[in-house]
Ligand binder design. Sequence first.
Ligand SMILES: Cc1ncc(C[n+]2csc(CCOP(=O)(O)OP(=O)(O)O)c2C)c(N)n1
Ligand code: SF4
Ligand SMILES: [Mg+2]
Length: 351
Amino acid sequence: MTYIAKPKLLRPDTPKNALGYTRRDYEGAISTLCAGCGHDSISAAIVQACFDLDIEPHRVAKLSGIGCSSKTPDYFLGNSHGFNSVHGRMPSVLTGAALANRELLYLGISGDGDSASIGIGQFAHAMRRGVNMTYICENNGVYGLTKGQFSATSDKGSKNKRGVVNSDSPIDLVALALQLGATYVGRSFSGDKEQLVPLIKGALRHRGPAFIDILSPCVTFNNHAGSTKSYDYVREHNEAVNRIEVILPRDPIEASYPPGSLRRVVQHDGSVLHLRKVADGYDPTDRIGAMNYLQERHALGEIVTGLLYVDSSAEDLHRHLNTVAKPLNRLGDAYLCPGSKALEALNASLR
Ligand SMILES: Cc1ncc(C[n+]2csc(CCOP(=O)(O)OP(=O)(O)O)c2C)c(N)n1
Ligand code: SF4
Ligand SMILES: [Mg+2]
């Protein structure tokens, strides 16, 4: 993989966050993706979200599978922990890392091929187990890295670049995530930074499995007429149910809204999600309602975006398994190896 360092020179008036970091401190190497690839806009949104939230880069672990999308962690958070795993295996590697050290923020980056084809079993189990993570699928409807084959999220009837029609039904990862127990579920578009950045911020502050499906056009293999994942198609069919704003406990509340147009959801860490309603009657705390709404709108050809579901009282895998609070590498020999007497007692209890 090409690795080109970015210039370090900055203007003296470059904005800094509360930690004194500039956006450059959250960036990575210069991208080697095709110019105009949606994935690069998602990297920029992640940089912005981490900068805005004053996240210490060394507290983030970014993990990915294989694909153009899975290459992107090289292009952001260059000062964070990173692991580029095997195709479709990011969720299990992330689960292991998260169990070993709960003090880091886990960011899983995947593609529609990586998550909905080879990795669908891993995706399903990470969601249902409640792994505390932000899982992003950069969804372009093709295997970009291997030259544009249809992926499992390609819509039935959509055409590839050569005009071949896809005859298979699509997998909707958002519908699956809702069914399997994800507790923060959103969908967005790489070309809508205003919607995407706060959606990622809300996910990073969420406890439990947060999943965001991001339509991210592949300009080289899937941006033509007949594709349902092109820039034009997504712009024309994008129907947002709400607009989200993340208010941190330290932030002053400045905006005022007409009664009934705003919904406040308080997350476990005190951050508040302000959801401005766009679709009438949409309730982001009603999981079954969200599932039905998505199906109905998909049948009408709409791409529903926004924060689709949130359960702010969710628990995560650590709570379910009652794990120790300390990272395993800080536990020490005496804790990890309590001696032969303890082992004998354990064996006896199992006989
Ligand atoms: C086990 C294994 N099978 C197949 C491949 C070939 N392969 C590499 S990337 C990829 C698909 C990537 O598609 P996606 O996850 O949608 O990422 P994109 O490139 O579209 O961002 C495939 C099939 C591989 N690397 N490893
Ligand atoms: S092939 Fe497609 S997905 Fe891969 S970098 Fe190019 S535009 Fe992006
Ligand atoms: Mg893809």
